[in-house]
Unconditional design. Structure first.
Length: 207
């Protein structure tokens, strides 16, 4: 009997990938089909994402609870921190080109939520929110690549410093928390219900 070692290796790798995806699928409740598709094609990276994000959440909760930045989980500095910090942490172990695809997949899921009239972080997803998230993801990639060896605690402090120095992005608001356009006029969100574009003003996090 002739033993095809190359074929056996292929079958073994396929079997391994299927099992990894089965393990990961058990924790994918609430995840968009676009992110599930990403996990299918990046099974080992997906396992790393699951492990790293689990470690990141307590650090995020600490920043949120202590109100180190602001209290806005959608469109605020806290939102910016979440994207920058998580992508920075992931970039310590995973190549940014893979994570960039994951970020895009997540935003596609947000658009699907918009079409289904579903909220994210208590607000309707919109086009500029997608842009804000993707820009902050890129900031996170840079921090993670340059700081591969530091702890999550130190990484958290570095991201906070980055946001305070104005190297990330968020939406302009007034002191009452109302969104403003770039002419400093209050945006009445009721006028944009069901609309993908909302004329928010995307600015650096020190403005």
């Amino acid at each position: 009997m002739i033993f095809n070692l190359h074929l056996v290796k292929k079958i073994f790798v396929l079997f391994l990938i299927l099992n990894v995806n089965l393990m990961f699928a058990q924790s994918l409740k609430g995840i968009s089909r676009y992110e599930k598709r990403w996990a299918l094609f990046h099974p080992f990276a997906a396992i790393k994402v699951k492990k790293i994000t689990k470690k990141c959440w307590p650090h995020y909760s600490n920043v949120k609870t202590k109100q180190v930045l602001d209290t806005y989980e959608s469109g605020g500095k806290l939102d910016a921190f979440r994207h920058v910090f998580f992508m920075a942490a992931l970039s310590q172990k995973i190549k940014p080109r893979k994570l960039r695809k994951l970020g895009i997949a997540h935003e596609k899921g947000n658009y699907k939520q918009f079409l289904n009239d579903q909220n994210e972080q208590g607000e309707q997803p919109d086009s500029l929110g997608t842009l804000m998230d993707l820009k902050n993801n890129e900031v996170g990639f840079g921090i993670g690549k340059e700081n591969k060896k530091i702890s999550l605690e130190d990484l958290k402090l570095k991201v906070i410093s980055t946001i305070k120095s104005g190297d990330a992005f968020y939406f302009k608001r007034n002191t009452n928390g109302d969104y403003l356009n770039c002419n400093d006029q209050i945006i009445d969100l009721r006028n944009y219900s069901g609309k993908w574009f909302v004329p928010k003003c995307l600015v650096k996090t020190n403005e």
